[in-house]
Design a protein around this ligand. Structure first.
Ligand SMILES: Nc1nc2c(ncn2[C@@H]2O[C@H](COP(=O)(O)OP(=O)(O)OP(=O)(O)O)[C@@H](O)[C@H]2O)c(=O)[nH]1
Ligand SMILES: [Mg+2]
Length: 297
């Protein structure tokens, strides 16, 4: 029996719905999602079995104009994801359309050469006739072999995209065990669940000034796991916002992250959070490496 296996990197502007699409396709909450831009900071692999194919989906950070070292490492991770992939899926938010940022990304995808598909997302928000001119505009910037229209939020069109990916990845043996969902270590998934709650529950600079690292992981005899994580913040006032009046905010962040983690890990979780001020962490190579980013070139 012929099997197929290959990497498909989902790239695009921040907030296009890349992580939502990865989660929708794998049926698991692997990559964190928020209404804010620049939620994803590193590549997240989702392993999808379909027909006789293993599709290795790579969610990437949104591509934007980087300022900090963290930003540069994020954008570099996105383009490296594209370079390493057999197929690039350019995901475009159909509601915001062909913004200048999107056009620039499309142009670069075109320059990369290789196989590229265009996927318009959030079609639940846009009347169908508006999609055709958008497809035409984007096809002037790069030659996409295929175009799909999906809603990652409600699942419309996603099955067709998955079928096409299953048929479109190259022939070859599976690279991962068939029941694996990702290659991300549990410690990183745990830290990400906490970071997602920071993105959902705090605003302005606070989520962008925070990073999370899992400090300890203890399996308990009763089957539960005790996790300690540190949230590093860029400023003292961010620390007080994160902690909240009488510790209310940090409690809520912990409670929601714990619920999500218990679901993902399929066992009870005890989660302990510390908040530490660490100015300049977003320029520190060690902090970037802790979340799997390489030093930016
Ligand atoms: N209405 C609608 N909203 C969507 C759809 N897909 C994603 N969203 C929403 O768009 C927002 C951004 O989604 P993400 O999946 O975090 O986007 P992303 O491209 O991964 O963003 P970054 O990681 O910041 O680059 C979230 O609020 C999602 O719920 C969709 O098909 N329809
Ligand atoms: Mg994302």
């Amino acid at each position: 029996m012929t099997t197929r296996c290959g990497f498909a990197a989902i790239v695009g502007a921040p907030n296009a719905g890349k992580s939502t699409l990865l989660n929708r396709m794998t049926g698991a909450k692997l990559s964190i999602v928020s209404p804010k831009a620049q939620t994803t900071r590193f590549r997240v692999l989702g392993i999808l079995m379909r027909a006789q194919s293993q599709i290795l989906l790579v969610d990437t950070p949104g591509i934007f104009k980087p300022k900090r070292k963290l930003d540069r490492a994020m954008v570099q991770a996105a383009w490296t994801g594209a370079e390493d992939a057999d197929l690039v899926v350019l995901l475009v938010d159909a509601k915001t359309g062909a913004t200048e940022a999107v056009r620039e990304i499309a142009t670069n995808v075109g320059k990369r050469g290789g196989r590229a598909w265009l996927v318009l997302n959030k079609t639940d928000l846009v009347p169908a006739p508006r999609l055709l001119p958008l497809i035409a505009t984007l096809n002037e910037l790069a030659s996409f072999q295929e175009t799909f229209m999906v809603s990652a939020a409600n699942g419309d069109g996603v099955a067709q995209l998955m079928d096409a990916l299953a048929a479109g990845v190259p022939e070859g043996p599976f690279l991962f065990p068939e029941d694996d969902l990702t290659d991300l270590p549990d410690r990183l998934l745990a830290a990400e669940m906490v970071r997602e709650q920071i993105f959902l529950q705090t605003h302005e600079e606070v989520p962008y000034g925070a990073t999370v690292e899992t400090e300890s992981w203890q399996e308990k005899p009763d089957g539960s796991v005790r996790i300690e994580a540190t949230i590093y913040v860029a400023r003292a006032n961010h620390k007080s916002i994160l902690i909240g009046a009488g510790g209310s905010r940090i409690r809520e962040i912990g409670a929601r992250a714990r619920t999500g983690l218990a679901q993902l890990l399929e066992r009870p979780v005890h989660l302990f959070l510390n908040v530490k001020e660490r100015a300049g962490w977003d320029e520190e190579n060690a902090r970037l490496r802790a979340i799997g980013l390489e030093d930016p070139r």
